[in-house]
Design a protein around this ligand. Structure first.
Ligand SMILES: Cc1ncc(COP(=O)(O)O)c(C=O)c1O
Length: 379
């Protein structure tokens, strides 16, 4: 059976050149980077190089990069770490209702600790309003955490404008760039962010590795108790092979970003025009002007997401009905609820197609054919 993977927002296959970089660090160079003997030192050296390389690609200093176990941990570290360490300046946090749970649940934990949170609304396309943000800012706002691009619908937020707005305010600005990193140019100085989260497995790197950028001088508390790794910011022996693979994945994705963007735009254009040619009724759930090109979230009126997902899976097509992290459950996505309210049929008939480096136009043809077949058969 033909198999097509259109779920790259959930995770991506690891590229060969990334695996090649990792292999020696399982076999030959297996030392603990905290050990002072030669086995440890060669790993420490490799780790330092990886940190420097990643930092350079995002316009940061190497000491501003903290390696983590992925996006969820990076979000936790940035949000809880910054809020807790700076609570003497204020206990108000602003975020949005469409964040990944790594941010949302971190903010909820902080609320239980006595912080106050404002959750910005989004419009039907998933964009926040800068005016609402402006009006929500208070003297005691200490942290604003707003994602760069949404993982379910792909809508991109006005990150630079937010950075500009917060320039003269005490609040620190964190953005979750986990989905955006592979397709948007990320320079922490241009974006004027104080903290930023990235995960390796969304950019053809290994799973369970990521980094959080935290601006030099910004105080933050670690969330793990343990040793003094990562300059005391993140306890636990570093995942050396994973980090080296991640650094390679970053290098490759930065080099190929524009090419990949063009590929994803071509794939989505073809997808949409084929649906139109076949007379399929659909709506696109995103902000057409401001969106990550690899994510295409479409609602098909009259269909049911679970039936559609099962039928597509039977035809070898991997897609998602909600965020990967809540996959398996068919409770409506909190992102779509924020965009459309509690009672909109789009909560139950929307599918996320997400493209990756290895996808082709022929695969789009195959997937659209299957969709047409399923919808016409079920009518
Ligand atoms: C926007 C966003 N943030 C955070 C995460 C969590 O990343 P990880 O799976 O590496 O924990 C994801 C994963 O889907 C994501 O899409």
């Amino acid at each position: 059976m033909k198999k097509v993977y259109f779920d790259n927002a959930a995770t991506t296959p690891v590229r060969k050149e990334v695996i090649d970089v990792m292999i020696p660090y399982f076999n030959d160079f297996f030392g603990n980077p905290s050990s002072i003997h030669s086995f440890g030192r060669e790993c420490r050296y490799a780790l330092d190089r990886a940190r420097f390389s990643i930092a350079t690609f995002i316009g940061a200093k190497d000491k501003e990069i903290i390696f983590t176990s992925g996006g969820t941990e990076g979000d936790n570290l940035a949000v809880k770490g910054i809020a807790r360490a700076n609570k003497d300046k204020g206990k108000h946090i602003i975020t949005t209702g469409i964040e990944h749970n790594g941010v949302l649940n971190s903010v909820k934990t902080l609320e239980k600790e006595g912080f106050e949170a404002t959750y910005l609304k989004v419009d039907e396309t998933g964009r926040i309003s800068l005016d609402e943000l402006k009006n929500s800012l208070r003297e005691d706002t200490i942290l604003v955490s707003i994602m760069y691009g949404n993982n379910e619908v792909g809508t991109v937020q006005p990150i630079k404008d937010i950075g500009e707005l917060l320039k003269d305010h005490q609040a620190f600005f964190h953005t979750d760039a986990v989905q955006a990193f592979g397709v948007e140019k990320i320079d922490v100085n241009e974006l004027m962010v104080d903290a930023l989260t990235v995960a390796s497995h969304k950019i053809n790197g290994p799973k369970a590795v990521g980094f959080v950028y935290i601006k030099d001088g910004l105080k933050f508390d670690p969330i793990l108790d343990g040793g003094h790794q990562e300059k005391g910011h993140r306890a636990g022996t570093e995942n050396v092979p994973g980090i080296l693979g991640f650094a390679k994945a970053v290098e490759v994705v930065v080099e190929e970003r524009n090419k990949n963007r063009e590929l994803y735009k071509t794939l989505r254009r073809r997808f949409i025009s084929l649906l139109n040619e076949n007379g399929i009724e659909f709506k696109i759930n995103e902000n057409v002007e401001y969106c990550l090109p690899h994510i295409l979230n479409i609602s098909f009126p009259g269909t049911k997401v679970d039936t559609m997902l099962t039928n597509l899976d039977l035809e070898g097509v991997a897609v998602s009905g909600g965020s990967a992290c809540s996959a398996g459950s068919i409770t409506p996505s909190h992102v779509l609820v924020e965009m459309f309210g509690d009672n909109d049929p789009r909560l139950h008939n929307s599918i996320r197609f997400s493209f990756g480096h290895y996808n082709t136009e022929a695969e789009v043809d195959y997937v659209v054919n299957q969709i047409v077949k399923i919808i016409k058969r079920d009518k």
